[in-house]
Write a protein that binds this ligand. Structure first.
Ligand SMILES: Cc1cc2nc3c(=O)[nH]c(=O)nc-3n(C[C@H](O)[C@H](O)[C@H](O)COP(=O)(O)O)c2cc1C
Length: 138
């Protein structure tokens, strides 16, 4: 059985919602990146958003400190544009020699008048399905 963890870094709650959906589908608990990783894992679902075209500093700190304990990092993100945070995450992973999975989940996340209502129930279900399929492929 692969060891899997789910962590989120959030400013407005969306990444927590996505993380809880992913974690529930995998029979795990979603935790804030502030809690770190208790033990090394084979796969880490990292739920995050984009802020002024950057990742949150706390997420980057978590990666620096605990990234080496995650065999494979799986990006699960929401942004107002619906564009992935992959580019920024890839940069951070490359800097730390971390393995970022090619598989990722991306959906819209509301910000002011943009992407209203997202992530919605459909997004949360899709994130859960993505996690079940991706975890099986470990
Ligand atoms: C301060 C701030 C800046 C943001 N900047 C961007 C941005 O540059 N590009 C984008 O697509 N979304 C941007 N967003 C939208 C967030 O990425 C989106 O709402 C995401 O779902 C937030 O996740 P969270 O609730 O877990 O923090 C921004 C949101 C906030 C609060």
């Amino acid at each position: 059985m692969p060891r899997i963890a789910v962590r989120y870094c959030t400013r407005t709650g969306h990444s927590k919602q996505l993380a809880e959906s992913v974690a529930a589908a995998l029979g795990l608990e979603a935790k804030d990146v502030a809690e770190g990783l208790e033990e090394p894992v084979d796969q880490l679902y990292l739920c995050n958003g984009m802020y002024a075209a950057r990742l949150d500093g706390q997420l980057l700190e978590f990666l620096e400190k605990y990234g080496k304990d995650a065999g494979e990092i799986v990006n699960v993100c929401s942004t107002a544009s619906g564009r992935s945070t992959r580019k920024a995450l890839q940069k951070a992973c490359e800097a730390g020699g971390l393995d970022l999975s090619e598989r990722e989940f991306v959906c819209k996340g509301a910000f002011h008048f943009l992407a209203k209502g997202h992530p919605d129930d459909g997004d949360l279900r899709a994130a859960a399905n993505f996690a079940v399929i991706t975890a099986r492929k470990r």
